[in-house]
Design a protein around this ligand. Structure first.
Ligand code: SF4
Ligand code: SF4
Length: 86
């Protein structure tokens, strides 16, 4: 049987839409940080850690989701978060 023009059905599966994940970069100003540990305790994904001298270090920068929770709660404005392209 001959093929009927236009009868070919092409099924295309749509590409799964990749949702962009927000990423952040944390900058700490060590001179302003009093080492209270609030930001370390509040970060939901444990990006920050405190060194023995109380200094805050960005231990796992790749985890940061740019939620700004740390920045909003730092009483000394000692860190800020900028959003970065993934
Ligand atoms: S909340 Fe601010 S002052 Fe406290 S440890 Fe974090 S950066 Fe330092
Ligand atoms: S912006 Fe959010 S995820 Fe990133 S370090 Fe601060 S609290 Fe953690």
């Amino acid at each position: 049987m001959g093929e009927v023009p236009g009868s070919e059905v092409s099924v295309t599966t749509p590409e799964p839409r990749r949702r962009k994940r927000r990423r952040g970069r944390v900058t700490v100003f060590p001179n302003w940080c009093k080492g209270c540990g609030l930001c370390v305790a509040l970060c939901p994904v444990k990006v920050l850690e405190q060194a023995e001298d109380g200094r805050v270090i960005v231990a796992y920068p790749e985890r940061c989701t740019a939620c700004r929770w740390c920045e909003l709660h730092c009483p000394d404005f000692a860190l800020f978060v900028s959003e970065v392209e993934e």
